[in-house]
Design a protein around this ligand. Structure first.
Ligand code: IPE
Ligand code: IPE
Ligand code: MG
Length: 256
């Protein structure tokens, strides 16, 4: 018999906080998180912006544990946008190296928790050393089923839609598909991660109320929650708080 991998339970929050008691249909299946406010957090402390990014690592890790505890099945983390290349060369360099190191040092912990890591983004411009760490993490965690963690590195919603259209155009040109056969459903097959489900809850930290080009197609009917906490101060309780707000919302999807 093949060795069945033992899944490690998430650790409790250090305060002993427990997830709110909600009905299963009040729990979002897919949560998208814009991890924003690292620079401001560092500035408030007279530290370099990079210190804010470093402090944000623990927030994501804690949120993964909390997502598992409450029963979220998919979590998408916006780690680097296609627009973030506009930052200073030093910050870009730091963020690339940082993403690479986080993947390298955290993939075993994620694997033990039964987390499946997937990279979602554009290959062009992304450092190959970052991509290879992401691929390594994907390979290691590919049969995990507890939670899917989409690491969105060099991701942009418009880039994703444009790249999908390029692939579709090629498929039409080579007569693999007919223009008339394109539907919303099969269009999604050409996105970076065809397996990704629609976003139920879109959460952004830092108080900024915009999507900044994150998961545009997938968030068409997401519930938006903007919280006034800087990312390094966020943890699983921030996620649970957003889920409690989500649970109060009435989702109509166009119906009366
Ligand atoms: C989010 O924090 C991290 C990334 C965009 C990579 P910021 O770096 O945007 O922090 P603020 O928004 O300047 O405070
Ligand atoms: C969005 O945050 C991107 C990530 C969190 C990776 P930004 O800080 O880049 O977004 P804007 O510039 O405020 O819209
Ligand atoms: Mg920001």
């Amino acid at each position: 018999m093949a060795n069945k991998k033992k899944v490690v339970a998430p650790t409790a929050h250090w305060t002993g906080a427990k997830p709110p008691k909600l009905k299963p249909d009040q729990i979002p299946n897919h949560v998208a998180v814009v991890m924003d406010g690292n620079g401001r957090w560092a500035k408030e402390r007279g530290m370099p912006r990079t210190a804010g990014h470093e402090a944000g690592e623990a927030s994501l890790l804690d949120m993964v544990h909390g997502a598992i505890e409450i029963g979220v099945k998919e979590l998408s983390a916006y780690a680097f946008s296609t627009e973030n290349w506009r930052r200073s060369p030093d910050e870009v360099k730091f963020l690339m190296g940082f993403n690479r190191e986080v993947m390298r040092s955290r993939r075993d912990e994620m694997n033990d928790l039964g987390v499946r890591i997937r990279w979602v983004g554009r290959e062009q411009k992304l450092w190959s050393s970052v991509l290879s760490e992401l691929r390594e993490a994907e390979e290691l965690t590919k049969s995990n089923k507890v939670l899917t963690l989409n690491m969105c590195v060099n991701y942009g919603g418009r880039a994703e839609i444009v790249d999908a259209i390029t692939s579709i155009s090629k498929a039409i040109k080579s007569k693999k598909i007919k223009p008339e056969s394109i539907t919303e459903k099969n269009f999604a097959k050409y996105l970076y991660s065809p397996q990704m489900s629609d976003v139920d809850l879109f959460l952004r930290s830092s108080g900024e109320q915009r999507t900044s080009n994150f998961l545009m197609w997938q968030s068409a009917y997401a519930e938006m929650v903007f919280l006034d906490v800087l990312w390094p101060d966020a943890d699983r309780r921030t996620l649970w708080n957003a889920i409690e707000i989500y649970a109060e919302r009435e989702r109509r999807f166009g119906k009366a």
